[in-house]
Design a protein around this ligand. Structure first.
Ligand code: ZN
Length: 137
């Protein structure tokens, strides 16, 4: 949905100006993330490859209640995954991919300079409640 200025400002404050997922403080550039993806329609463009048309497969999910304020890296990484799929994906980076795919990470790990914690992946909004009672619908 196209948020007006007031709605966007209110959404940014849903978690007091923090990304709903990693908890970083949001600057001027942040995204309104669809918690449950609206699944954009993709189309082939000869010049640009597969691109989103902007249309949605699930337009009924395009509501302010289904939006979370997100930093750009979290929104891009989450993409159209459900929260549980994204959680598993982050665990997979930690449990499988990091030390397998990054020579630098393996080296830092060998020298005891990084520690990989087995903790569960908990999103910022799960640690604290939303202050979204004042969202303009
Ligand atoms: Zn984030």
């Amino acid at each position: 949905m196209q948020l007006n200025k007031k709605q966007r400002a209110e959404l940014k404050m849903k978690y007091d100006g923090h990304c709903a997922y990693c908890g970083c403080e949001l600057g001027d550039k942040w995204h309104a993330d669809h918690i449950e993806a609206v699944d954009r329609v993709l189309a082939w463009c000869p010049k640009r490859g597969v691109k989103s048309t902007g249309e949605m497969h699930k337009p009924h999910l395009d509501t302010i209640e289904n939006l979370n304020p997100s930093c750009v890296p979290c929104n891009i990484n989450k993409h159209s995954m459900s929260l549980e799929s994204w959680r598993k994906s982050i665990e997979h980076y930690r449990d499988v991919q990091l030390l397998r795919d990054s020579t630098h990470a393996r080296h830092l790990h060998r020298f005891g300079l990084i520690e990989i914690k087995p903790d569960p992946v908990v999103f910022f909004f799960e640690k604290r409640g939303a202050s979204d009672q004042h969202l303009t619908r």
